[in-house]
Design a protein around this ligand. Sequence first.
Ligand SMILES: *Cc1c(COP(=O)(O)O)cnc(C)c1O
Length: 276
Amino acid sequence: MVDLHGQYLNIKSDINQAIQNVIDSSAFINGSHVKDFRNDLKKYLDCKHVITCANGTDALQIALMSLNLKPGDEIIVPDFTFIATAEVIALLNLKPVFVDVTPDTFLMDLEQVEERISSKTKAIIPVHLFGQCVNMEELMRIANQHNIFVIEDNAQAIGADITVKGNKYKAGTVGHIGCTSFFPSKNLGCFGDGGALFTNDDKLADEMGSIANHGSRIKYYNDIVGVNSRLDTIQAAILQVKLKYLDEYIIKRQKAAEIYDELLSGLDGIDRKSVV
Ligand SMILES: *Cc1c(COP(=O)(O)O)cnc(C)c1O
């Protein structure tokens, strides 16, 4: 779907140098490359905290683990998404409550979200897809009214813009937590697995950083049961180079979408919705 090799050839010397730098430093776990990438991503997204982790599925799991939920608590998710969104809910003994997507966007139907909220609903996970974002102004209104957390599954939408009350935000920074994946074919992909969480909430950031690091804030002091989920240092170095091209990659995807739109226009039985 994405010409990863062509993408690499365009920035080959920068990427090779970034990988070489990590090898030369022999700082293979965390270290300055991971920290620098986190800071660059924080600036790009204009959000307060970025926590990196091993993949997008882990990001969703860590987000849910940070909310202090009980088995059986309900999480509302769309029925049209990658398995990971619902999988982590079941893995944590929480209950996925599915809502359908709207046929014109394939995004979660917010009317159904309101209908499915119960006293056990603790979080809603909107999934932004195909360059379109869920109406976050409306979703946050619903969530705040019921005191429910919103975790944006931003795996397919990093770099997209969302307007809330006239202000522009980056997708993933409007809900309480945003999760993303750096799987190679995503908007911002590395050369293996990678993921990240975003938040503007200091307490959630502290909690999620600790969970991703064996429940530890100070080395060898493990306060809670966490997981081992790190962004690999070589991947962080690659992502630092590629982040500079993210906006360009998005424009190229939009141009490709325009070509599909044109070629598919006027065909019987095909409804098109231009999202560009
Ligand atoms: C890719 C993806 C994920 C999972 O990311 P991984 O890095 O593969 O674990 C989760 N949600 C959506 C919508 C995705 O597209």
